[in-house]
Design a protein around this ligand. Structure first.
Ligand SMILES: [Zn+2]
Length: 274
């Protein structure tokens, strides 16, 4: 599933391609997206300018000029592609946006169809449960707030990092990588970590996410940017997906284990539980 760096890559790609364009028409090929939105939303989109594109956690918010916003969650396999109008349609293209005076269109493609596209009044966005409940942004949270968050909670760190209401944007890949970098066992309890360790974690998460954004995200599955190009950060992964392979630091075999409801990758020697 796309995590913060992948969603940020998409958001930056959308800014480059569709920001300030005016929607000419929207073609829809998804009973699900039709069902969860007001009847005439594609009609309402016509003639509206795209005035901002931003990210909140793993969510994309595309604001239209008339007081409406498109709220998109890519879930497992949602993609945006900005392609020429000559590009043949794919059966998994669920939405196509055509723009005025533009030779390209924006396709929302999603072969597993878990992705979500909601058309809402902009002033209602803040009240949507999936957005209102989100925790702080890892790239914006201050060190003192970060330490406070962990000290006030008593739970295993790996599931905590995946919980979007705790911290918004991390998923399995970056949570495993961050814990490996600073040698924290995924089962350690959040409130038992020292301030020193939490300071390291705060810095390590930021550094990791920024580097992954710079490399246009991780493509271990189908992820690609708006231009269709895959990300490059998979080349830098130290522990995620490396089960059975030797740790780069100590040569121990990387373990993959179910913690909470998800699999965690870690080095049993570098990341000890005391
Ligand atoms: Zn190791």
């Amino acid at each position: 599933m796309p995590e913060l760096p992948e969603v940020e890559t998409i958001v930056r790609g959308l800014r480059k391609t569709i920001l300030n364009r005016t929607i000419d028409s929207v073609y829809i090929n998804s009973p699900k997206i039709t069902k969860i939105n007001i009847k005439n939303w594609t009609e309402l989109c016509r003639g509206q300018k795209l005035v901002s594109v931003r990210r909140r956690g793993k969510n994309i918010l595309i604001e239209l000029s008339d007081g409406y916003t498109l709220w998109v969650h890519l879930k497992m396999t949602g993609h945006f592609y900005f392609v020429t109008q000559k590009e043949p349609l794919d059966k998994h293209d669920l939405l196509i946006f055509h723009f005025k005076n533009c030779s390209h269109s924006l396709h929302f493609n999603d072969y597993r169809r878990f992705g979500k596209v909601r058309f809402l009044k902009t002033d209602q966005i803040a009240y949507q449960r999936g957005l209102a409940a989100l925790g702080p942004e890892p790239l914006a949270i201050s060190l003192s707030h970060f330490i406070d968050l962990f000290k006030k909670s008593r739970r295993m760190i790996k599931p905590a990092l995946l919980d979007q209401t705790f911290l918004a944007g991390l998923g399995n890949i970056y949570a495993d990588e961050a814990l490996y970098q600073i040698r924290i066992h995924p089962r350690r309890l959040t409130n038992r970590l020292s301030e020193k360790k939490l300071t390291e974690l705060h810095r390590s998460i930021k550094k990791l996410l920024l580097k992954a954004i710079e490399k246009m995200g991780t493509s271990v599955d189908s992820f690609s940017g708006v231009d269709g190009k895959p990300g490059q950060f998979q080349k830098y992964l130290q522990v995620y997906g490396r089960q059975g392979k030797p740790c780069h630091r100590c040569r121990s075999s990387i373990k993959r284990e179910k913690i909470g409801s998800r699999s965690a990758h870690y080095c049993p020697r570098c990341q000890r539980i005391r």
